[in-house]
Design a protein around this ligand. Structure first.
Ligand SMILES: Nc1ncnc2c1ncn2[C@@H]1O[C@H](COP(=O)(O)OP(=O)(O)O)[C@@H](O)[C@H]1O
Ligand SMILES: [Mg+2]
Length: 214
């Protein structure tokens, strides 16, 4: 099912892209713009968004033991998402709220499926089982030059988590995997240039959602 089953024109929008691409910044700006148009908006994030999924997030980003084997990591992401979809996202869409999610299943497809080597079929199967295969109505994929985005993260100065600390090669593979997903589904994904001032990026995003905002 897609978020299109939701009430009254409410939409489910996911932000995707690598670390530092501006997902959290742009999710916030989009929520403000939608609220200014009179919509009720739920802003949430993955992994997390509900108490159960936030508890799983802590396990994922700071593994209490040895690094999670890739399969275990994929299962934990899918479990967190199943809780988030059941307890927060589907109820919000059923009420007629817009939902803006900072990362969703395409992050699992790009990180665990693509860069992590598990393959897209495995991740898609976990998502079908865990979350009924729920898809965003549109994915905003923020893309930009690797060095520029790394500079932003350095400026943010927050300690990197277990996934952010992975190699530049891994993150390059993530970006390539996102690109492949977007190319395969040009209607479902809007590829947005993440470079430039936040307000300029925001304007590109509003333009890419123009058909939904009419
Ligand atoms: N368009 C932009 N230009 C410059 N810096 C930005 C821009 N968008 C976000 N930032 C800054 O870059 C850092 C990463 O942005 P953030 O939204 O947290 O990215 P993400 O959620 O994708 O990791 C933050 O410090 C943020 O304030
Ligand atoms: Mg963020």
């Amino acid at each position: 099912m897609s978020g299109a089953d939701s009430k009254g024109g409410a939409r489910f929008i996911a932000f995707e892209g690598g670390e530092g691409a501006g997902k959290s910044t742009q999710a916030r700006l989009l929520a403000e713009a939608l609220r200014a148009r009179g919509h009720t908006v739920v802003v949430t994030r993955e992994p997390g968004g509900t108490p159960g999924a936030e508890a799983i997030r802590a396990l994922l980003l700071a593994p209490p033991g040895a690094p999670w084997p890739p399969q275990a990591e994929a299962l934990l992401f899918a479990a967190a998402r199943a809780d988030h979809v059941a307890h927060l996202i589907r109820p919000a869409l059923a009420r007629g709220d817009w939902v803006i999610c900072d990362r969703f299943v395409d992050s699992s497809r790009a990180y665990q499926g693509g860069a992590g080597g598990l393959g897209d079929d495995a991740i898609t199967a976990l998502h079908a089982f865990g979350s009924g295969g729920l898809r965003p109505d549109r994915v905003i994929l923020l893309e930009g030059d690797e060095a520029a985005l790394a500079g932003r993260l350095a400026a943010r100065g927050k300690a990197a988590d277990a996934i952010e600390r992975r190699s530049a090669d891994y993150h390059r593979a993530v970006a390539a995997a996102f690109r492949t997903l977007a190319e395969a589904d040009p209607h479902g994904f809007a590829r947005i240039d993440a470079l430039g001032a936040p307000e300029d990026v925001h304007a590109r995003i509003l333009a890419a959602l123009g058909d939904m905002l009419a």
